[in-house]
Design a protein around this ligand. Structure first.
Ligand code: EPU
Length: 419
């Protein structure tokens, strides 16, 4: 079911966009890193943390667990209580998919954790059986009840675990369980996403011994304890790709500051194939777009393939450009809800199972509803392409993952208002 909220966006597109957009810290790196901070008694300082509702929700859960959190700009300091509360059958836990990432650190630190079942965007089945099978190998028993997940420690020890399905948060959970386990853990068929590398760099700063991150085989030598540290989270490659799709749909010239092009090679290559001009200047990326770009076909894959979290935005972009394209979604079985809303704006999209055939053209303004976080960004991509007014409802989805969205868009000249 799609949840509704009161605030909405009014966008009048049709203008080219010019100026700078500063990319925030990565949501999907910050979430596991905040959870991993529970693996030490000592305070942890994290920088480049985006001010978005998914992070605020997670910090609220940490407060319920007994932590105290000081917030200053994009920096947070997390201090742990003498004894963590690991009975977390709270509403805030079920609002968030990433709350599953609390299972390993809390089980390891307290011996027993009871979590409300994780929620998150409705984009597919989103099981977590792989996390639990890996836990069992390492000595964490778990039980899924009607409304909670219970994990208890039964002699934490290193083991070899081979993922049946590649899972980003699954890999993160097993790494967090293994860093304090006795002996060596080997994870085969691990996820290779940059967010895993970020988590490992943070854990290493805390004293963990890990190798192989960024490949499909990660090895962890358990240590007795981890210490506090300060760490700066990487910039958000999905936020960058979302703004790039918006600029591609509107045209213009935008400089993306605090951006990392290496993590976005495949996305940048697709935009270049479309006809965008992209210049990598180290920590910033300049993108120039004239009106003659064309759509591209793509299939989503695990990293370094095209990210599923940018599929909706690129479908919207293709729908605004003359020509045919095909988009195949290989990660989630049900991530095409945005197509229905794009059709309200005049898009021609034909879906068969995991494939969407798009015949691009001029879109018109409409009243539309975001169905998940990335679908919300996709509707903005469509809205900036037309000089009609578009109203986008369900902004709580956008708020989950895009920091200061309206302010950033206004700075590059978009007529946008939050009502
Ligand atoms: N899967 C299983 N069994 C499992 C776990 C996953 O079959 O135990 C399957 C899923 O059904 C899905 C696929 O594996 O088809 C990928 O799921 P994965 O577990 O990798 O996803 P996730 O870890 O829950 C993270 C991101 C998502 C992103 C995916 C894929 C976080 C907090 N979330 O989710 O981000 O789509 O990886 O890259 O890191 C978003 O930011 O909009 C978002 C949804």
């Amino acid at each position: 079911m799609i949840m509704k909220s009161k605030s909405y966006l009014k966008i009048r597109g049709g203008n080219k966009l010019y100026g700078d957009i500063k990319i925030s810290g990565s949501k999907n790196a910050a979430l596991p890193i905040i959870c991993a901070s529970l693996l030490t008694d000592e305070p942890v300082i994290l920088e480049n943390i985006p001010n978005i509702s998914d992070i605020q929700n997670l910090l609220d859960i940490l407060r319920i667990a007994g932590c105290s959190i000081n917030n200053f700009d994009d920096k947070i300091e997390i201090k742990k209580p003498i004894k963590l509360n690991s009975f977390l059958k709270h509403n805030s836990v079920s609002k968030l998919r990433a709350s599953i990432l609390l299972a390993a650190p809390l089980a390891v630190r307290t011996g027993y954790v009871e979590l409300a079942l994780p929620g998150g965007c409705q984009i597919g089945a989103r099981p977590f059986d792989e996390h639990l099978k890996g836990f069992l190998k390492l000595g964490i028993k778990s039980q899924v009840n009607e409304d909670s997940l219970v994990c208890s420690l039964n002699g934490l020890k290193g083991a070899t675990y081979t993922f049946g399905a590649v899972s980003v948060t699954g890999t993160e959970n097993i790494i967090m369980a293994a860093v304090l386990a006795k002996g060596q853990t080997v994870i085969n068929n691990a996820a290779k996403e940059p967010e895993i590398v970020d988590l490992v760099c943070f854990l290493r700063k805390m004293g963990a011994i890990i190798s192989g991150e960024g490949t499909d085989r990660i090895t962890i030598e358990g240590v007795l304890r981890l210490s506090g540290c300060s760490y700066c989270v990487s910039s958000d490659r999905i936020e960058l790709g979302s703004y790039m799709a918006i600029v591609a749909a509107a045209g213009g010239e935008v400089n993306f500051l605090n951006a990392n092009s290496h993590q976005s090679n495949i996305v940048i290559n697709k935009l270049v194939e479309m006809g965008c001009v992209i210049e990598d200047n180290g920590s910033s990326i300049k993108m120039s777009v004239d009106s003659n770009i064309k759509p591209v076909s793509l299939s989503t894959e695990v990293y370094p393939g095209f990210p599923t979290d940018l599929q909706a935005q690129f479908m919207a972009l293709n729908a605004t450009l003359g020509g045919e394209s095909l988009i195949v979604e290989n990660i989630y079985e049900n991530r095409f809800h945005h197509a229905e809303e794009l059709r309200k704006m005049g898009a021609s999209i034909n879906i068969e199972e995991r494939s969407a055939k798009i015949v691009g053209g001029e879109l018109k303004g409409a009243v539309v509803f975001a169905s998940d976080l990335r679908a919300a960004a996709a509707l903005v991509v469509a809205a900036v392409s037309t000089s009609d007014e578009t109203t986008i409802n369900n902004l709580h989805y956008l708020d989950r993952g895009y920091e200061n969205f309206v302010e950033k868009m206004k700075l590059v000249g978009l007529e946008i208002e939050r009502v």
